[in-house]
Design a protein around this ligand. Sequence first.
Ligand code: SAM
Length: 302
Amino acid sequence: MPWRAGFYEEINMTDYQGPSLELRARVALEKHRFHNTHSLGQNFILSESLLSGLLDETAVGPADNVLEIGPGPGLMTALLARRAARVLAVEVDRALEPVLAELLADAPNARVVFQDILKADVAQLVGEAFGGEPYRVVANLPYYITADILLRLASCQRPPESISIMVQWEAAERLMSAPGSKQWCALAAELQYYGDARVLAEVPPEAFDPPPHVTSCFMRIDAHAEPIVRPKDPALFRRLIRAAFAMRRKTLANNLKASFGLSQQAARDVLAAAGVDERTRGEALTLEELCRVSDAICMLHT
Ligand code: SAM
């Protein structure tokens, strides 16, 4: 650059923040010769402005503890650390360790553990990291583990206050489906028992590096302040939800016989006590009806 009088003085050094996080992430990935692993769903978002926009919608604030699942290179983690009180990030790929160390060098409130979240005891992890304090989850994960991870979080001993997660567009439609519709499924029922789901933003393939073959959306599920149904035995209620959708072609009475080892008469009695027609198919039931059936099964055992 040619010498120009006053150039140095024009730069306000106090405002200079150093290289952007985006640049730091790209340089660190390059420097540590990181290669994305397709089987781990490593489609990263390396745009600071996009991630900031998404995080604006998560309700994460300065008093919050955050469990981030799948931090990747750590750009989202670093941005979260600027907004939240504490961040615990769980990443399965150790090859990302030096990249994360660079991105989080100036984020003392962020900690990374290298573990497969599907093998982790989430209640224990957050218990150790945040004591008994509430926490929120933020995650951009491979789509093949979306259902598994949502079920684990929703039924965890210490469920999060909210889950903000990137999902495939079709999964969002299913999660927000209504009872009786074609898409109503066990995952939707369990998730709606846990909280209120809404889509925050559609995210096109080109927002990711490398781009996936599907359209994604970022959604937030807020735990209900008050349960919308109060089953006597929540574990049995969840078991019933899974059973009701597992054998889609069976009537509910036959389903109960097979899944709970009930006699024909006991299955009929349960449904009569719950006020549900025995010819109904399990997958058509609302959460309220499932709760009544679950409570009636409970009564059999008392
Ligand atoms: N959050 C980063 C972002 O938005 O750029 C990375 C997102 S990338 C879609 C998914 C990340 O989840 C990867 O870093 C991958 O290694 C990690 N991951 C995949 N399976 C995981 C698992 N079972 N437990 C923890 N992390 C996992």
